[in-house]
Design a protein around this ligand. Structure first.
Ligand code: IPD
Ligand code: CA
Ligand code: CA
Length: 266
């Protein structure tokens, strides 16, 4: 697993160099997916760089990738190894010149994520974990916070691109704002979760896609955080890659926050 992780980290760094170079030296070409979701030429280039390299190195492995193969049902087929890739997590940040941008690469076998790399090229931070082996940030071990009460907890969440289903999201946000210390909207789900892993945040919840969180979730769990869902995971779906209503937090506040989010969802 170590050599697959080295390969994944090397790819994340190469893709990071590419996206940084494209933002600093070219005019970003932007487009919209599904009429609302921003995508830049760098998202497509980074996706191609990563997926071409995986296909060359591991021709038998499957790839679930946001830009070139975004079929989430791939994640419920447990038969052969699966790579889960977000070439740029935080595309809106990227387009606006913000630093919170990450390349996220996860590798799963049998529906369990075995390794995750989240690389933030504008601040040169690389989070990495192998199942059972702890989590590191730039090679140094990281641990999540020891928060015990929601009132002292800093949380992050995100909001969907479409504005059609905001009501339940605002209801949960209202509850969290009342009962927690404060909110940060980082703009990259992968970094939100890695920031829980290294103690910059106490909790994160949202509904996202497998490529947004698969790598970061393992990193957080390996750093001592608790990860799960505040609604039921459908039978037969691997929880590691089920993105609906995910919650990742310091273990001491997990049950209280989960209960709050559940009651705000009723
Ligand atoms: C988005 C980011 C954002 C989250 C969105 C994601 P993208 O990913 O992770 O924080 O709120 O749900 O879609 O589009 O920048 O790859
Ligand atoms: Ca994403
Ligand atoms: Ca993306």
């Amino acid at each position: 697993m170590q050599s697959i992780a080295d390969f994944a980290e090397q790819l994340a760094r190469q893709a990071g160099d590419l996206v940084r170079h494209e933002r600093e030296n070219t005019t970003l070409r932007t487009d919209y997916k599904d009429q609302t979701e921003l995508v830049t030429h760098a998202d497509l280039m980074a996706d191609k760089l990563i997926t071409d390299a995986i296909r060359k190195q591991y021709p038998d492995h499957r790839i679930l990738s946001e830009e070139s193969s975004p079929d989430s049902s791939l994640a419920s087929d447990l038969d052969s190894p699966l790579w889960i890739i977000d070439p740029i997590d935080g595309t809106v940040n990227y387009a606006y010149g913000h630093p919170q941008v990450a390349i996220s690469i996860a590798y799963a076998e049998g529906g369990r994520v075995q390794l995750g790399v989240v690389h933030a090229p504008f601040v040169d931070e690389t989070f990495r974990a192998i199942h059972g082996g702890g989590a590191v940030l730039n090679g140094r071990a990281i641990e999540c916070n020891k928060a015990t009460v929601p009132r002292d907890s800093l949380f992050a969440t995100g909001f969907p691109y479409t504005k059609d289903y905001l009501e339940p999201i605002l209801k949960r946000l209202n509850t969290m704002l009342i009962h927690c210390r404060d909110l940060r909207r980082v703009g990259s789900a992968a970094l939100d979760i890695c920031w829980v892993a290294c103690g910059r945040l106490d909790a994160y919840y949202e509904s996202v896609k497998p490529w947004d969180f698969a790598a970061a979730r393992l990193i957080a769990v390996e750093a001592g955080a608790r990860a799960g869902h505040f609604s039921e995971v459908p039978e037969g779906q691997p929880a590691d890659v089920w993105g609906q209503d995910i919650l990742v937090s310091a273990p001491g506040i997990y049950d209280d926050i989960r209960a709050m989010l559940r009651s705000a969802s009723e």
